[in-house]
Design a protein around this ligand. Structure first.
Ligand code: VL7
Length: 134
C-alpha cells in the first residue's frame, strides 16, 4: 500500500519553478508573482477519486480525477491549456501524464521521509517541489 498523500501540505522547497513556467509559456509578470507564492497542497481521496488543490493567496487550482482513467483537464489560471490527463500509481509514485500541445508534460507525487514530493515537468524542464505536513 502506498504511503498516503492525503492532507494539507505547505511548500518548503521549489527548484526550477521558473524553468517549468517558461516551458509552459507563462510571461515574466505572472512568473514573478508565482515565484513568491507560499503554495499549499490539499489532497483528498475517496476510493479511486482524488482531489488535489493547489492553494495560494493569489490563485487556486483544483484538479479532480479517477485513477487509471483519462480525463480532460483545463489548466485554468495556470497556462490555460486543454490536456488529456491520466493518473496511475507506479509503485509508490502517483504519476500523471498530461497529453496535449506541450510535449513530455506531467507530474509525479510521492512521500519520502514524511514529506510530500512533487516533480513537475514540461518539454525538458523539471521543477522539484517539497512540502511538509501542516
Ligand atoms: C500547479 C503552476 C505555473 C502559471 C499562477 C500561479 C498560481 C497556484 O498541476 C499542478 O499540480 C498538480 C500536482 O499537485 C495537481 O494539479 C501544479 C502549480 C503549477 C504553474 C503557471 C502561473 C500563474 C499557482 C495555483
Amino acid at each position: 500500500m502506498p504511503a498516503s498523500i492525503c492532507g494539507a501540505w505547505e511548500l518548503i522547497s521549489n527548484v526550477n519553478f521558473e524553468g517549468y513556467m517558461v516551458a509552459l509559456g507563462i510571461g515574466p509578470y505572472l512568473r514573478k508573482i508565482a515565484l513568491k507564492l507560499k503554495l499549499r497542497k490539499v489532497i483528498e481521496q475517496h476510493g479511486d477519486q482524488y482531489v488535489i488543490k493547489t492553494v495560494s493567496p493569489f490563485r487556486n487550482y483544483t484538479f479532480s480525477f479517477k485513477l487509471n482513467q483519462e480525463f480532460e483537464e483545463f489548466t485554468q489560471g495556470l497556462d490555460n491549456r486543454h490536456v488529456k490527463s491520466l493518473v496511475t500509481w507506479e509503485g509508490n509514485k502517483l504519476v500523471c501524464v498530461q497529453t496535449g500541445e506541450k510535449k513530455n508534460r506531467g507530474w509525479t507525487h510521492w512521500i519520502e521521509d514524511d514529506k510530500l514530493h512533487l516533480e513537475l515537468y514540461c518539454e525538458g524542464e523539471l521543477c522539484r517541489q517539497v512540502f511538509k505536513k501542516k
